[in-house]
Design a protein around this ligand. Sequence first.
Ligand SMILES: Cc1cc2nc3c(=O)[nH]c(=O)nc-3n(C[C@H](O)[C@H](O)[C@H](O)COP(=O)(O)OP(=O)(O)OC[C@H]3O[C@@H](n4cnc5c(N)ncnc54)[C@H](O)[C@@H]3O)c2cc1C
Length: 407
Amino acid sequence: MRKVIILGGGASGLTAAICLKRRGIDVTILEKNKQVGKKILVTGAGKCNYFNEDFTSTHFIATASECTSSFITEKNVKRTKAFLDSLGIIPKIKNGYYYPNSLKAVSIQNSLLTELRNLQVSILYDVTVQEIEKKEHFILKTTKGQFETQNLIVATGSKAYYHTEEPTFLLDSLKKLGHTIVPIYPGLVQLKAKGGYFKEWAGIRTEAKLSLFIQNRLKKEVVGELQLTNYGISGICTMLLSNHLVPKLQEEKIEIRINFLEPLQMKTVEEAREFLEKRNVTFPNRTISELLDTILDYKLTNVLLKRVGLSLDATFSSCTKEIIDKFLYSLVSFPLEIIGYNSFKEAQICLGGVDLREIDERTMESKKVKNLYMIGEMLDMNGDCGGYNLGFAWMSGILAGNGVLSD
Ligand SMILES: Cc1cc2nc3c(=O)[nH]c(=O)nc-3n(C[C@H](O)[C@H](O)[C@H](O)COP(=O)(O)OP(=O)(O)OC[C@H]3O[C@@H](n4cnc5c(N)ncnc54)[C@H](O)[C@@H]3O)c2cc1C
């Protein structure tokens, strides 16, 4: 029976459906929403950053980290680009980040819909799959009755970004079928920090370098946009670090140090001192805050001054060296103790999911259950910001779409 059912019409499920139908295989998508590809619309702030020029396994984390490079291969990257080209998508590439030339996420959704329509892929909307059972065939219990299939692709994504509903993503069923589920956490998510000054810096956006320390050991550094919020930090840099720390937060001490002077290429207290002392000579009548005008947002300068006990009218000559050093230290290495993170509904992805070791990297078939395939975000394969999560959704969809019924 050359027939496949796909659970979930998101980026990965739609890709798999297109690949299967192009091979002449009959496919039906069961989708709980009234439309497919809905999440694509909110990606990249509505512009859809759908791929990245630098698409390597170093941009992914997984509990089975040794497996990521067997999925993200040069060959698979080429196949993914060829698939996206075959949909007629014209990219606009900014610093390696791929967007549709229109800069509208809906164009990506439309490209997929056009191809699905042309191929006459069957899509059943408003069908929530509640449970998967395996007898001779797979039995799917849904809100619209029972379905049966010999070949099943699960592409149900994750609960990241769901606002009002709590659908079942079928991880429980997959666990019952023998799969290991790596615990789920919000990923690419904003971070809450300890401190009483956040209301004062809320709303500031700045370029900075963030260094992540776990148990006082430097784990990762990122440079880019940082948003300061009334609970802590957000922005691309924060989200990038969040994937590396969220699951560890309960047991380990997590600190992020911020270098606000990174855009001026200053890394140390000494460099910051030399720079500000020179400025102080050029502008002898200025306060410290005035010396930092045009370098930092004044609200941020105010927070940093207050934190070391200085006021806005403090000058270099009115302060002790010890206090100045403390202030300079907070400019280049502002310490933030991370104490939490926002919820799934604010997260861009879910960390965790089905363990990669249980998936055949050539076809996305389960190593535990024959004719069962899993793709996309439901797997424990967590990408950076920058088109990596959609990238993996397309890539795994292509592998399954060409892997099912290939022998
Ligand atoms: C705000 C935001 C911004 C993002 N920006 C980017 C970006 O710019 N670049 C990037 O690469 N990634 C981005 N992502 C992540 C990216 O959107 C996801 O990783 C990607 O969509 C995952 O694809 P998927 O096919 O695995 O799952 P999804 O796209 O989530 O699709 C899963 C589908 O399954 C359906 N479904 C779920 N459960 C059931 C069920 N029980 N029965 C029937 N149907 C079901 C869902 O309705 C959905 O249609 C962003 C995510 C968010 C939330």
